[in-house]
Ligand binder design. Structure first.
Ligand code: GDD
Ligand code: MN
Length: 364
């Protein structure tokens, strides 16, 4: 019964937040108006004894988890969620960067329309950041851009990297086998792996830290890049591999033409080059369909084939022009001319394929 009665669990991951934890508890108690909630502190055996300090502030419904020999923000959050009893869980930093009163707005939203996830967003109107250096802002925006470029669920929201969000606990419990907590960006993991159908954002201002300093390190940024690549199923690498195989097909075709019908690589290079390009486009398309974007085949095959042609057309036009110009202008060997063209047209293709042709998952 306790389970159904308890509305909300507040998960606070902590590492060396001794000076902040008490202040945060007091702020939560005075500002959070949700009827019944529990607070779970998940501490990774902080050297400063945050977990001991937290024990001073908890009441009977709250929990302090002291994890030993475990570390990591995302895994601490998942553990906290799995220990929790509430129907909904909210995650926040323990350093007062996330204003507790926003929890009220988030909770109302969730109840109002049965959302799976409510994100506290810095980047919707009304939200913001306080006291950030330009560098930090650029890093944050850059990281958000990378996530959005590679991940469809991240594209649907303004702040997929937020550390402040509320979720329906069932979503986590049902998908816990899929979650692989790495690094800092657990929201990204949840969005991509759990595929929530209803997500909404509420604005908040990310404040300056009260005491102590951020646990974000250079290695966290590297972890983030690996995390995003993993979530994207290493798609950019697959794309490059397919592209390289396409180069071989393209040049192989041209070589075949040059031995069988040399006219088409000399005077009529315009035709030979075009044929080789088209064959490599078809080759790339098939490989992207069955490998690179195999999880994104939504709708009609013919439409995707046409869109892919459209998508590669800027790159292809560049490639074709450069090849033809270097062939006729510089009298380069036809294979070399073709290769230079390919190098020019290549990078454009990834972006357009990702954003235009195979833009969402086929699974729901
Ligand atoms: N248990 C545990 N284990 N907690 C940790 C660990 C860890 O290894 N590392 C950090 N924490 C706790 C901190 O004590 C803090 O309460 C919270 O996780 C966030 O860590 P910060 O060090 O305050 O991170 P930040 O403020 O730089 O980054 C925050 O903002 C980012 C958005 O810019 C986090 O909320 C990120 O998740 C968020 O993406
Ligand atoms: Mn913080």
């Amino acid at each position: 019964m306790a389970y159904t009665m308890l509305g909300l669990s507040i998960v606070l991951p902590t590492f060396n937040e001794r000076d902040n934890i008490g202040v945060l508890f007091n702020e939560i108690r005075s500002k959070v108006k949700v009827d019944s909630y529990e607070i779970l502190v998940v501490d990774d055996n902080s050297p400063d004894g945050t977990w001991v300090e937290a024990l001073e502030y908890i009441d009977e419904s709250d929990v302090v988890v002291r994890r030993i020999n475990m570390k990591g923000l995302s895994s601490a959050i998942i553990d906290g969620m799995l220990f929790s009893l509430g129907r909904y869980v909210v995650v926040m930093d323990a350093d007062l960067q996330h204003p507790p009163e926003v929890i009220n707005t988030m909770f109302e939203k969730l109840r109002e329309d049965d959302y799976d996830v409510v994100i506290g967003s810095r980047y919707v109107p009304g939200g913001g950041v306080e006291g950030w250096s330009r560098t930090r802002l650029v890093i944050s925006k850059g990281a958000t851009l990378i996530a959005k470029l590679l991940l469809p669920y991240a594209r649907k929201v303004s702040d997929p990297m937020s550390g402040f969000f509320m979720v329906k606990k069932d979503l986590i419990v049902m998908n816990r086998g899929r979650l692989n907590p790495l690094g800092f960006k657990i929201l990204l993991e949840i969005l991509e792996r759990c595929g929530p159908s209803k997500v909404v954002e509420v604005p908040y201002t990310f404040r300056s830290r009260l005491y102590g300093k951020s646990k974000l390190k250079t290695s966290t940024i590297l972890e983030f890049v690996i995390h995003v690549l993993k979530l994207s199923r290493w798609r950019p690498f697959k794309f490059v591999i397919v592209g390289l195989s396409g180069v071989i097909v393209n040049l192989g075709t041209l070589w075949l033409i040059s031995t069988l019908y040399p006219l088409f690589t000399n005077t009529l290079f315009v035709i030979g080059s075009a044929i080789a390009i088209e064959i490599s486009i078809l080759w790339n398309f098939i490989l992207h369909e069955i490998w690179t974007f195999s999880d994104r085949r939504v709708g009609s095959f013919v439409k995707r084939l046409a869109m892919f042609h459209l998508a590669v057309s800027p790159g292809v036009v560049a490639q074709y022009l450069v090849a033809v110009l270097t062939r006729y202008g510089l009298y380069l060997n036809p294979l070399i001319a073709q290769l230079i063209g390919i190098a020019v047209g290549f990078p454009v293709n990834y972006v357009i394929s990702e954003l235009g042709v195979w833009k969402t998952y086929s699974r729901t």
